[in-house]
Design a binder for this molecule. Structure first.
Ligand code: SF4
Ligand code: SF4
Length: 298
């Protein structure tokens, strides 16, 4: 566990639609009952943020997320073409007397400005998303990143959103689905990653990718099996083989699906789930403490 008073737990899934956000928001609601005013939910799924639909926060502030893109001073530029030659993303082109930039393709790497021999390139801000800040009626601090429509640079927005992590609070990060850069940018902020999956061959394949990603990054992980059904032991068997804790089984249940469709978390709609959700968090803390103790004894 990192040197902080309260841990950060990320909730991830190998694909969308597994119930990741339902679990993350339900965990936040359950924990807010026993730790009032000490829970923070950060929605890092910036391409399709939807934790607000389940937590109904009051948003009080929006912060823009900018990246630096090149602006060329044609009075200084000698049309040498070095910038275009070194750009890996074809985001700047020198065609005869014109130097054309394509800000939507730009990865904001700064290479063009670095290689320009005459200092003709200035880096200017371009907004790629925003971060909303607010709180819920239960006192959960709420943060949500959102990528600008038509933009594809999710990673800087994810990074800006995840960096709102408050060390003094119990923080739950709702990660983007999959195992690409935005997911990794999110779980990097966490002490432990809860992987939500389904008991299907597709769910298992995605889970294997997610576990591999967590292990490569050195982030301990456990599994929540959503829409669980009897007679589908594939995910459970895999976790047993790999020594991964199965933290919770959420059954395939029409009432849960209906509550979700109404915009209610498990903890809101079914008070009997409170203890189970809190128990998951306590299991995570126990696992982190055991790992820390084992490291000290080594
Ligand atoms: S590297 Fe600089 S001088 Fe050369 S074409 Fe690009 S902007 Fe112009
Ligand atoms: S900042 Fe990087 S990606 Fe953008 S135009 Fe310059 S070299 Fe290309």
């Amino acid at each position: 566990m990192s040197e902080r008073s309260k841990p950060t737990v990320s909730v991830a899934a190998g694909k969308g639609g597994t119930g990741k956000t339902l679990f993350a928001t339900s965990l936040a609601v359950a924990l807010s009952e026993i730790h009032p005013g000490q829970v923070q939910l950060i929605d890092c799924d910036v391409e399709e943020p939807n934790a607000d639909i389940l937590l109904h926060p009051q948003i009080t502030q929006h912060t823009p997320v900018n990246v630096l893109v090149p602006q060329v001073d044609l009075d200084i530029c000698t049309r040498c073409g070095l910038c275009a030659k070194h750009c890996q993303f074809s985001a700047i082109a020198v065609i005869r007397d014109a130097v054309i930039t394509f800000p939507d393709l730009c990865a904001a790497c700064g290479v063009c400005a670095y290689v320009c021999p005459v200092g003709a390139i200035t880096e200017v801000n371009r907004q790629v998303g925003s971060v909303a800040h607010g709180s819920t009626v239960r006192g959960i601090e709420f943060v949500q990143g959102r990528l600008s429509v038509g933009d594809q640079r999710a990673t800087p927005v994810t990074r800006a959103t995840g960096s709102c992590n408050d060390d003094s609070m119990i923080t739950i990060l709702d990660a983007p689905p999959g195992t690409a850069c935005p997911m990794q940018e999110t779980i990097e902020f966490s002490d432990y990653c809860i992987l939500v999956t389904e008991p299907t061959p597709f769910g298992l394949a995605n889970l294997e990718d997610s576990v591999e990603t967590c292990r490569r990054m050195g982030i301990p992980c456990g599994v929540v099996i959503n829409r669980d059904q009897a007679g589908r032991p594939g995910v459970e068997d895999y976790c047993t083989r790999e020594g991964i804790d199965v933290l919770l089984h959420i059954p395939e249940d029409r009432e849960i699906a209906e509550a979700y469709a109404r915009g209610e978390t498990l903890a809101d709609a079914f008070p009997q789930w409170h203890d189970e959700l809190v128990r998951v968090y306590e299991d995570v803390i126990r696992s982190l403490s055991q790992t820390a103790t084992a490291k000290v004894e080594e």
